[in-house]
Design a binder for this molecule. Structure first.
Ligand SMILES: Cc1cc2nc3c(=O)[nH]c(=O)nc-3n(C[C@H](O)[C@H](O)[C@H](O)COP(=O)(O)OP(=O)(O)OC[C@H]3O[C@@H](n4cnc5c(N)ncnc54)[C@H](O)[C@@H]3O)c2cc1C
Ligand code: FES
Length: 261
């Protein structure tokens, strides 16, 4: 059940150019959120009325009753959010959406993240009880690499790629995955990132006969299934239908998604 919450900001930290980590005190989110879920956040108080912005829950600390949001400044909403200060309260609706399936039958898992898509995957890795957790992260270049230590700690094997080759594999994160996947195929692929990356992960999953779960990014309005802004196409028997990323997702089985070319 999502809560309409006003919670205290404990810390706002710039962790990379235009990327901020916000730690928020919330017993409700810390104790109810599942990996893959998000919060719909009001980015400013007062007259500057903006729609809420969806941000993934990146991690929770159930002992301290806190959770983290990590976001990149893209436009006005995230810019205003980055200016909020510790001690202020933030208005949010959450946790929203469905979550990744972490069934214990998936004992060897791989997570694939690109850019700001990596954030929900940290929560996933921390909650997963899989015996082998592989982690593939793709960034534009060295300066955009964030949470390297956190991902290393949360997984058993981690590889990084950069588009310009400044760190790790030189090229796409899915090309790096394609080179490894045949050696010891995982039982499940979990992915979050830009749509071309998601499509490549789904293709690889199909080639190797591995299930995949992917978190979709879509512009959102209400975040609760009421405004129909966030539609995406999914299979429905032999036909297709519109699903809502905010309510039916953001996590979908890769094989269920239909992408317009
Ligand atoms: C379920 C979900 C989880 C998300 N989690 C995170 C996260 O953890 N960290 C993070 O940095 N961002 C995340 N996003 C993306 C984030 O919501 C957008 O960057 C944000 O809404 C942009 O708002 P703005 O007002 O700053 O920019 P706007 O002025 O609204 O837009 C600026 C630019 O960003 C693009 N954009 C806006 N919204 C989205 C969107 N939802 N998806 C893709 N492109 C968009 C626009 O096309 C435009 O080019 C998530 C999105 C979804 C749907
Ligand atoms: S954002 Fe309104 S229906 Fe999904």
């Amino acid at each position: 059940m999502p809560g309409m919450l006003k919670e205290k900001i404990l810390q706002v930290e710039k962790i990379a150019p235009v990327i901020f980590k916000m730690t928020i005190e919330s017993a409700y989110i810390a104790n109810t959120a599942l990996p893959g879920q998000f919060a719909n956040v009001r980015c400013s108080e007062g007259n500057n009325v903006l729609l809420r912005r969806p941000i993934s829950i990146c991690n929770v600390d159930r002992y301290k009753n806190t959770f983290d949001l990590i976001f990149q400044i893209r436009g006005t909403g995230t810019e205003l959010l980055s200016r909020m200060q510790p001690g202020e309260s933030v208005d949010l609706l959450g946790p929203l959406g469905n979550s990744f399936d972490l069934d214990e039958k998936y004992s060897k898992i791989a997570v694939i993240g690109g850019g700001i898509g990596i954030f929900p995957l940290l929560f996933l890795l921390n909650e997963s009880r899989a015996g082998l957790k592989q982690c593939y992260l793709g960034f534009r270049s060295r300066e955009f690499i964030v949470l390297e230590e956190e991902f290393k700690t949360a997984s058993h094997e981690m590889r990084i790629s950069t588009d310009d080759g400044s760190v790790g594999y030189n090229g796409l994160v899915t090309d790096m995955l394609a080179g490894d996947i045949g050696n010891n195929p995982p039982d499940m692929l979990y992915a979050c990132g830009p749509t071309p990356m998601i499509k490549n992960v789904i293709k690889l999953a199909e080639i190797y006969g591995i299930p995949s779960q992917v978190s979709m990014e879509q512009r959102m309005g209400c975040g609760i299934g009421a405004c129909l802004v966030c539609a995406c196409k999914t299979k429905y028997g032999e036909e297709w239908e519109y699903s809502h990323v905010c309510k039916d997702g953001p996590v979908f089985n890769g094989g269920d998604l239909i992408f317009d070319e």
